[in-house]
Ligand binder design. Structure first.
Ligand code: AMP
Ligand code: MG
Length: 294
């Protein structure tokens, strides 16, 4: 698969409307696609193993989207083949009182991946230039009024760029996905949540209210992507009206990006290797000692 058409870096002219939500990359749903996804999940598991053993790099996967775009199910699929010891998923909800007593990056920082681990953010510090911008929440969120001027968003985009450069320079690979859905598709998925008793719990009137701000959100996403898609932390715009395609593309991109890291299984020194022979002899001897008398 070619991820290039979906990859944005340093594009001041980026327009969300240039990207289709219904794209299927010329594929159609079926057994072939399921096999491709399974293959990616297998490759991801192997890469995770190496990442974990190497224990130098961390991987941060960020998922941002409008409600019902499929973040949760994408995460479920990505994680399905991973070793739970090496992956941590963190959802970012409305900030708590404690979180609001800190700068906006504080709550993310403690969830950045350990070396050798994969961290998945279901929403992220990007909410602080999305919902906070759309609903003008800065003052409610304890920012000093003197610092909330016309440069505030530019400043936050720069702070995020700097933060992601910091991660990159410290061995954290950042992979960012925007799951792009149409407004109609969102309505259909909300209806499905209403009609299907097993999905009722997923429906929230708050989501319906947010939907009224669709246009402002699209603008905020567009500006965010223009300002924060960099070479070392690009954004991927994932057509997400078809969930199966979104998952396939996301898994493909993650495999490729982790695959670029110079990962190696740790090598034993010659001295340690030469000791292995002695250890083997010792263990074989112990096995013989324990053999019952015949
Ligand atoms: P969900 O992911 O559907 O459980 O919803 C989480 C909600 O928390 C969304 O409506 C987000 O917009 C909201 N949220 C996340 N981060 C922030 C933030 N920094 N400030 C305000 N609301 C937030
Ligand atoms: Mg929700």
């Amino acid at each position: 698969m070619d991820a290039k058409p979906y990859r944005i870096e340093n594009d001041q002219a980026f327009k969300l409307t240039d990207f289709k939500t219904r794209d299927k990359g010329g594929l159609s749903k079926g057994p072939d696609v399921r096999e491709m996804l399974k293959g990616n999940i297998r490759q991801l598991a192997a890469l995770q193993n190496k990442l974990y053993a190497h224990n130098k790099y961390g991987v941060l996967i960020i998922l941002q989207a409008m409600d019902a775009a499929g973040k949760d199910s994408a995460i479920k699929h990505i994680c399905s083949g991973l070793n739970p010891q090496g992956v941590v998923v963190t959802p970012f909800k409305q900030p708590s009182t404690e979180e609001l007593d800190h700068d906006f990056l504080w709550r993310s920082h403690q969830h950045l991946p350990e070396r050798g681990n994969i961290a998945i953010f279901n929403r992220s510090y990007y909410e602080d230039v999305l919902v906070v911008k759309v609903h003008d929440l800065l003052l409610d969120q304890n920012m000093p009024a003197e610092l909330v001027d016309k440069h505030i968003w530019e400043n936050r985009y720069r702070q995020i760029r700097d933060y992601e450069r910091y991660m990159h320079e410290n061995g954290i690979q950042v992979i960012k996905f925007f799951l792009h859905i149409s407004k109609d598709k969102q309505a259909k998925r909300f209806l499905d949540r209403i009609d299907n008793p097993d999905k009722n719990w997923k429906f929230s009137a708050a989501d319906l209210r947010e939907r009224q701000f669709w246009g402002q959100y699209q603008q905020a996403y567009e500006e965010m992507i223009r300002q924060t898609a960099t070479r070392h932390a690009p954004w991927y715009i994932i057509p997400s009206d078809h969930k199966w395609y979104a998952r396939l593309l996301i898994s493909d991109i993650i495999v490729r990006q982790i695959g670029y890291l110079p990962l190696e299984y740790p090598n034993l020194s010659d001295q340690e290797k030469s000791k292995l022979k002695d250890y083997r002899l010792q263990l074989e001897g112990e096995l013989q000692d324990e053999r019952p008398d015949s």
